[in-house]
Design a protein. Structure first.
Length: 291
């Protein structure tokens, strides 16, 4: 695969809640066709003692976390394929900051965490910190709802394309995931203004260029165009209509004038989408012929 990273390290933040472990299930299933290193991370923060319950009250928080990590690794190691491995780290501090620090220290390719939406599971700090991770971390982050069931075959990824220059930078990483999971990519061209013909032409050019790039990578794809006054709603509606398994976005759109809902674009997607969301920042991406 030309110009693409190898998915050698994936960071999975957990808080020991059943929901946060769903992200580990997701990673193991999604990477079953490759060899990768899965790194679990638990952060000992302000709310940790409320979440980490030890049968021995005299046991230190760190010792209790260590025992839980070892138990998880013992349980999940038999599920790994192709020589993949799993290990863990424990850090102190604020969750979103320590996740970003660990991702940078380990030079991971991807962070995968469980999110519970804006109204969600406040007892678990990973879910309530998911959006902060997306905004703070420099690495691509894939957020998954706890009730999502991933099957690594015949999947569909939705790749929205707008008129912004950075919109194409998510293509290479999305292609990498699509190859790993043997997925099809739907390029969704978003026309946000009926009056601005130059913007519409720009979107059409970008979308067709991206489709060609994906086809050259040997990935099955298709391109569709939609009118969108609210890009968040338009993307989710399309993704649901094709039974998509992932939506790939750029976080540079967070202040977009096209978005009519309150909050940033990325936050809206994480809160509203039941489908996993891959969030990528422009500065993290490798150069491709599309940049």
């Amino acid at each position: 695969m030309k110009n693409l990273l190898v998915m050698t390290k994936i960071l999975v933040p957990i808080d020991f809640s059943p929901n946060s472990l769903k992200s580990l299930d997701f990673v193991i299933e999604a990477t079953k066709n490759i060899s990768t290193e899965i790194i679990l991370l638990w952060v000992n923060g302000i709310r940790s003692k409320d979440i980490l319950i030890s049968e021995n009250e005299e046991m230190s928080t760190e010792k209790a976390a260590t025992l839980k990590m070892e138990k998880i690794i013992e349980e999940y190691t038999p599920k790994l394929k192709n020589g993949s491995k799993i290990r863990y780290h424990i850090r102190e501090g604020k969750v979103h900051i320590e996740v970003a620090n660990q991702a940078k220290d380990e030079d991971v390719d991807l962070v995968v965490c469980c999110t519970h939406g804006a109204s969600g599971f406040e007892e678990a700090y990973i879910g309530s910190n998911a959006y902060r991770m997306v905004m703070y971390c420099e690495r691509p982050i894939l957020t998954v709802r706890p009730n999502y069931r991933f099957q690594a075959s015949s999947n569909i990824y939705v790749l929205p394309i707008d008129a912004s220059r950075d919109t194409r930078q998510k293509v290479s990483f999305t292609c990498q995931l699509a190859k790993i999971t043997k997925s099809e990519i739907h390029v969704l061209g978003l026309h946000t203004s009926k009056k601005a013909s130059s913007l519409k032409k720009q979107v059409d050019t970008y979308a067709n260029q991206v489709e060609k790039f994906i086809a050259d990578e040997g990935i099955k794809s298709k391109v569709e165009f939609k009118e969108a006054t609210n890009i968040t709603k338009a993307i989710i509606a399309y993704a649901e209509s094709v039974n998509a398994d992932l939506i790939s976005i750029m976080t540079e759109q967070e202040s977009s004038k096209w978005s009519l809902l309150l909050g940033t674009f990325a936050q809206q997607m994480l809160s509203a989408s039941a489908i996993p969301v891959l969030s990528i920042k422009p500065k993290n991406l490798i150069k491709t012929s599309l940049s």
